[in-house]
Design a protein. Structure first.
Lengths: 115, 111
């Protein structure tokens, strides 16, 4: 158990809909990362937050947004869903301060299926 | 740009033999290069990492080498065992703590 909790584990929805994925980081970790894992694309970096502030952005679509709340949990919002958004979405947390790199602790992922 | 290339995408080795996975990174990568193992139905877990001030690091049957001049790093697993079957990802850090992953290598250990 990594200590990172993601909900829901599975989600099935229709095209055009909006969903919210939730992540609770390990106790004390200030950094939260979001990754998308599709079959042939490995782990695509979406966005990173540190202590409530957006710190780094990857190839995140404009239809997607995220935030980190004062209690450090994070939410990833996916809107106007398309078939191609079907994937496993991982959240990871990390302990080192901003500007330093260290181990990422991954949750078990949220599997999104868009029909 | 920020890119990590990983090869091969699939690797099958006989139990007891060694496995090698290679990665290259683009210019702007900084100083931290981790390797993660992902078992079926789980999130990736760190197995070993290396920082750019060392060339090699070993932990039991696992070793990682880093060649900064050539901008590549490799994972070596010796005396492979069935439980080594998994997907392995290399990664590199870029500006603002961005951690970029390779596309993964599916390792099969054959009995």
């Amino acid at each position: 158990d990594s200590g990172v909790t993601q909900t829901p584990k599975h989600l099935i929805t229709a095209t055009g809909q909006r969903v919210t994925l939730r992540c609770s980081p390990r106790s004390g970790d200030l950094s939260v990362y979001w990754y998308q894992q599709s079959l042939d694309q490995g782990l695509q970096f979406l966005i990173q937050y540190y202590n409530g502030e957006e710190r780094a952005k990857g190839n995140i679509l404009e239809r997607f947004s995220a935030q980190q709340f004062p209690d450090l949990h994070s939410e990833l919002n996916l809107s106007s869903l398309e078939l191609g958004d079907s994937a496993l979405y991982f959240c990871a947390s990390s302990a080192p301060p901003a500007g330093e790199s260290g181990e990422l602790f991954f949750g078990e992922g949220s599997r999104l299926t868009v029909l | 740009g920020e890119n990590v290339e990983q090869h091969p995408s699939t690797l099958s080795v006989q139990e007891g033999d060694s496995a090698v996975i290679k990665c290259t990174y683009s210019d702007s990568a900084s100083n931290y290069f981790p390797w993660y193992k992902q078992e079926l139905g789980k999130g990736p877990q760190l197995i070993i990492d290396i920082r750019s001030n060392v060339g090699e690091k070993k932990d039991q049957r696992i070793a990682v080498t880093l060649n900064k001049t050539a901008k590549h790093f490799s994972l070596h697993i010796t005396e492979t065992q069935p439980e080594d079957s998994a997907v392995y990802f290399c990664a590199a850090t870029y500006t603002d703590d961005k951690i970029i992953f390779g596309k993964g290598t599916r390792l099969h250990i054959l009995p």
